[in-house]
Design a binder for this molecule. Structure first.
Ligand code: 5AD
Ligand code: SF4
Length: 478
């Protein structure tokens, strides 16, 4: 799932990439002399990586700060998925450069997908950058920082076949103390023709199963009540125990994490329609604490376009998977990613995407228009021939239909009571709590003095927009 919205949930809407970027901090760290400031863009994986970076830097005496002006080291964890995401980073770098001019010795580093894509070119193009570090090279950060302190600009964009940072306990930077991410695999072996990820994050590799269960257990013991297992394609998780030779698949992993504690909720992202198995669906159905929510990006509702996108499934296959989800987990919510205006897409094919939104009854979608990325299969093979005006008008139609579908989806919840994990104060009022139900819908409800973030409460819904549900606590667990 693509994190354009810091709450990770929300209405059907056009993504505003200028709103991305989240500053991570943690006040409880012991004070140290040097401070780093980190901003993250892109997917949840990137946010999770920033927590790994935080952990690596804290080992060498850096503390996080929220205040960019007081930082010794500014890091920007970047995304390359669309051109707009890269433009934002360039703009931020110019802002950092101004700050840097008034603070001699301050260092600026570019991390993540854009670092990987542009490599050393970054140092030439953007003189303001002191180091460029790809997603598999974060262990090298301390030495790159030390080099940069001596005036040596550094680049490490080596992509590994093994690195999973399995042994690193992430520094839970911007955490609410209730929900946390666990990265279970890295890279991607799918070759979707529009996508830059295989080039920026390298080959797919799964993380040691035991370290994942240990991290989930540790989070539970520290008061967390929800973990989201992250990977570009979680359904192809596969780890073989080098000692026993036994292989763990994603269904097995889900089950083992679910058994950490019945009060620990499990979510996961992202599923690929070609790989999600009935075994996974039955595992979700069998465990109350594995949430009934699947992010299953369709990208397009038309089989010819899906073929050009190299998604390796067609419309009929996707529909069969959706039917199986609703059959095995009847109250499951499904969300999607949609790209409109892909090369040669006709008006009729666009209509297939609109009908898919209605047919699949997505609770929400992340919707984008196609942005050609240098080096991808589509860039090499097809012409980006849909005029921007057409892309924009198709996108607004898609958004309109999704809003209606989300609205209906939410209206159906009125009168129902859901088990909600309290995440904290609602955005609009500190008299209200917010929390999500199993289907990943955000519910806002008046606080009760008997409950606090991290508690489960039963909330009856009495009102709904296309974005949020409103409710009242009917039973709290105190
Ligand atoms: N243009 C537009 N959207 C894209 N995505 C990935 N690559 C592109 C691109 N080149 C979208 C896909 C993916 C989500 C993370 O971003 O929908 O699932
Ligand atoms: Fe995440 Fe990188 Fe893809 Fe952006 S380009 S969504 S950061 S994997």
């Amino acid at each position: 799932m693509y994190n354009d919205n810091p709450t990770l949930t929300g209405p059907a809407k056009i993504v505003d990439e200028s709103k991305q970027g989240e500053v991570f901090f943690k006040d409880t760290l012991k004070a140290s002399k040097k401070h780093f400031y980190i901003e993250s863009y892109g997917c949840q994986m990137n946010f999770s990586d920033s927590e790994i970076v935080g952990s690596i830097l804290s080992e060498v005496g850096f503390s996080p700060t929220r205040d960019v002006e007081s930082a010794d080291l500014i890091l920007i964890n970047t995304c390359s998925i669309r051109e707009k995401a890269e433009e934002n980073v360039r703009q931020r770098l110019r802002v950092f450069d101004k700050i840097k001019k008034s603070k001699p010795g301050m260092l600026v580093g570019v991390l993540g997908c854009m670092a990987e894509r542009l490599k050393a070119k970054f140092l030439e193009e953007e003189r303001l950058v002191d180091m460029v570090v790809g997603p598999d090279s974060y262990r090298d950060l301390p030495s790159l920082v030390a080099g940069a302190e001596e005036g040596e600009k550094g680049v490490n964009v080596f992509l590994s076949r093994e690195e999973t940072y399995a042994d690193i306990s992430p520094l839970r930077l911007g955490s609410n103390g209730v929900t946390g991410f666990i990265s279970i695999m890295r890279g991607c072996d799918n070759m979707c023709s529009f996508c830059v990820v295989p080039y920026t994050r390298g080959r797919e590799r799964s993380r040691d199963f035991f370290s994942i269960v240990a991290e989930a257990t540790d989070l539970y013991n520290r008061g967390f009540r929800e973990v989201t297992l992250l990977g570009q394609n979680v359904d192809s998780y596969k780890w073989t125990n080098p000692e026993s030779g036994n292989t763990v698949n994603f269904a097995n992993l889900l089950e083992m994490v679910a058994k950490v504690h019945p009060d620990l909720r499990i979510r996961f992202s992202t599923s690929h329609p070609k790989d999600i198995t009935d075994e996974v669906l039955h595992t979700i159905a069998a465990h109350e604490n594995i949430c009934n929510y699947i992010h299953l990006p369709v990208q397009s509702g038309n089989s010819r376009v899906l073929d050009l996108m190299n998604r390796t499934y067609d419309r009929a296959w996707y529909m069969e998977r959706v039917k199986s989800i609703y059959r095995i987990i009847p109250d499951c919510a499904i969300s999607s990613d949609i790209i409109t205006g892909f090369c040669t897409e006709t008006e009729e094919e666009h209509q297939d995407t609109l009908s898919m939104i209605e047919w699949a009854k997505y609770s929400m979608s992340y919707m984008f228009f196609y942005s050609e990325r240098p080096g991808t299969l589509a860039h090499r093979k097809y012409e980006d021939d849909i005029p921007e005006k057409v892309k924009r008008s198709r996108l607004s139609e898609i958004v309109r239909v999704q809003m209606q579908v989300s609205f209906k989806h939410n209206q159906k919840d009125i009168g129902n009571t859901f088990k909600v994990l309290i995440e904290g104060d609602s955005k609009k009022s500190d008299l209200d709590f917010k929390g999500r139900n199993s289907q990943n819908k955000m519910i806002v409800f008046p606080k009760s003095k008997d409950c606090k973030p991290g508690d489960y409460v039963w909330v009856k819904v009495y009102d709904a927009t296309s974005a949020t549900l409103k409710g009242k606590i009917v039973i709290g667990d105190g």
